[in-house]
Design a protein around this ligand. Sequence first.
Ligand SMILES: Cc1cc2nc3c(=O)[nH]c(=O)nc-3n(C[C@H](O)[C@H](O)[C@H](O)COP(=O)(O)OP(=O)(O)OC[C@H]3O[C@@H](n4cnc5c(N)ncnc54)[C@H](O)[C@@H]3O)c2cc1C
Length: 275
Amino acid sequence: MQTEVIVIGGGPAGMACAIWLKKLGVAAVVLEAAAETGGLQTVNPYENLWMPGVQGKTGQDLAHDLARHAEDLGVEVRLNCPALRLHEGFRVETPEGEMVASHLVIATGTRPRAGGFTPSATVAIGPGTPMEAMAVEGRKVAILGGGDNAFDQARFVTERGGQATIFSRHEPKAQGVVRAMTDVPVVVGPYAADQQAMTVNGQVFDLFGVMFGFEAVVPPGLDLKFEDGYVAVDRRGETSVAKVFACGEVTDYWHACAATAIAHGVQVAWQIARG
Ligand SMILES: Cc1cc2nc3c(=O)[nH]c(=O)nc-3n(C[C@H](O)[C@H](O)[C@H](O)COP(=O)(O)OP(=O)(O)OC[C@H]3O[C@@H](n4cnc5c(N)ncnc54)[C@H](O)[C@@H]3O)c2cc1C
């Protein structure tokens, strides 16, 4: 299969890029590894308070709205179709065979860091639906990590009737406003957490929430330049490889949120279309 642009990743960045490419008359295909588009917003069941001009909608609503917009425009999206390896030229290996395009857009985002833990019925890795899937009422929950997500999730556990304790190896990095909203014990300093025994520093817990931040996910194969683990891009969104662009959280170019991911996707689409 041959097209002008292959957009790898159907999160907010990739979907916004594909929607704009379609409107600008550039042939593009979105490859999405998951069974649905929307990326991390699909695991966000909370109201997205950070989309200017959009109120009363959850992250999952936003994921759905982007998917519907793309579908209405006739954007071609292949679900359950990960880009397995990228080659110069550009060829993209997928489970459906090889695809060829003159431009690539890498919009593969990030995944929560597991830090050696394994997701299970008692251990949630990352915020959102993994945490919400655990029945926390009346249970002792250790939240590991000291960022915004650790404090947000500890607050949600408390609101759902659980008993949360935050363990942070270093002085928490969570914003003051987030910390101020969260009234749970915070243990600062080195700790030993044992998933088998479900203990932290020997204290037994029913559930763990692992909130160790996120790491970029990048398909292998191209000699891309990285900065601090993220794909380096210029202001046009182009990577160190000509005609390979990247947008959204995989780049760490802007503050990580849905609005900037969408804006970055738009920027890349515009740059590709103007040539
Ligand atoms: C619980 C939670 C709550 C959040 N709440 C908010 C909020 O309220 N407001 C806000 O603005 N932001 C919020 N965020 C952050 C926001 O979701 C992200 O900033 C945004 O989704 C980043 O978009 P992205 O497209 O760059 O990456 P992602 O959303 O990570 O999307 C990347 C996509 O690429 C796909 N992919 C990865 N590798 C491959 C591959 N090899 N081949 C094909 N596809 C691939 C993934 O499956 C995924 O669908 C939240 C995040 C979480 C986890």
